[in-house]
Design a protein around this ligand. Structure first.
Ligand code: NAG
Length: 263
């Protein structure tokens, strides 16, 4: 026997039309949202309709705002004033133009405009890998635990668990990764002073779950993003590759407990 709703609708063409309209009104935006999710390329959650569903309905609704710097200022006021960004003229320049649009899904976190061309993507990846190789005492390249489909810099045993800073314990040693399957934005973990400077100068924003404790509890520490887990927007030219890579180096200096980073 067909469910009662169908037999009710059969006798009422107007009601049927209205029901169909409601159904399509709900599914067309959902389908577009799914297509947008798939356009990011593979990332943390499964790269299929199941992953989309989880991201859209079970993860994204709980994401926090991503631009406030009060949380960093408090730590700076308490004495965490060191900066790990070493630029020739001292200060991070303001990033030119508008900040990119970041997709509405908390995971994977991706920008959807101002995407770099293939050459810039290649150069960024090459430089990232070269910095890892030049600093092979501190870091090794291995698949990201948070993004899975892309290599990350991981602290080596030269920085043993017992002497790791809190953030490096939280990420299990993962320092930074490029979103190499898609937009080529970069995730880094910075000190509070640098995180504030990056957001203030328009180079990046937090993840919706950076520093959000309930997610760490719910996932039994599997996802435990530091408050200074920052998305750095993809570089658009050579000049910006240098800034972005300096932020990766700053992340490496901070996460290794202040180690000397070779170029
Ligand atoms: C890696 O080290 C070499 C030799 O010291 C240096 O020439 C090169 O610029 C470094 N590469 C990067 C990306 O830092």
């Amino acid at each position: 026997m067909p469910p009662r709703i169908f037999s009710t609708l059969r006798g009422h063409p107007l009601l049927t039309a209205a029901a169909l309209l409601c159904f399509s009104a709900a599914t067309i935006p959902a389908y577009q949202d799914y297509q947008l999710y798939m356009s990011y390329g593979p990332g943390g959650p499964p790269y299929n309709a199941f992953g989309w569903f989880i991201s859209r309905f079970l993860i994204t609704p709980f994401a926090q705002e991503m631009f406030g710097t009060e949380v960093y200022q408090q730590r700076i006021n308490q004495g965490e004033t060191t900066t790990f960004i070493h630029l020739p003229d001292g200060k991070l320049p303001r990033r030119k133009g508008k900040i990119p649009v970041v997709g509405p899904h908390a995971v994977p976190q991706r920008q959807i405009n101002q995407l770099p061309n293939e050459e810039i993507k290649r150069k960024l990846t090459e430089t990232f890998n070269a910095v890892a190789t030049n600093n092979s005492k501190l870091v090794k390249l291995a698949p990201s635990r948070l993004e899975r489909h892309t290599d990350a810099m991981w602290l080596t045993d030269a920085i043993p668990l017992s002497s790791r800073i809190q953030e490096a314990v939280q990420t299990v040693g993962e320092v930074s990764h490029i979103h190499g399957t898609s937009d080529h934005s970069v995730h880094v973990v910075l000190c509070p002073e640098d995180a504030k400077e990056v957001i203030d100068a328009g180079w990046g924003q937090r993840n919706g779950f950076s520093g959000w404790k309930p997610v760490a509890t719910l996932t039994r520490g599997n996802i435990n993003l530091p408050a200074t887990y920052i998305l750095v927007y993809a570089p658009r030219n050579q000049e910006e590759i240098e800034v972005v890579m300096e932020l990766v180096r700053a992340s490496l200096r901070y996460m290794s407990g202040g180690a000397e980073v070779i170029s």
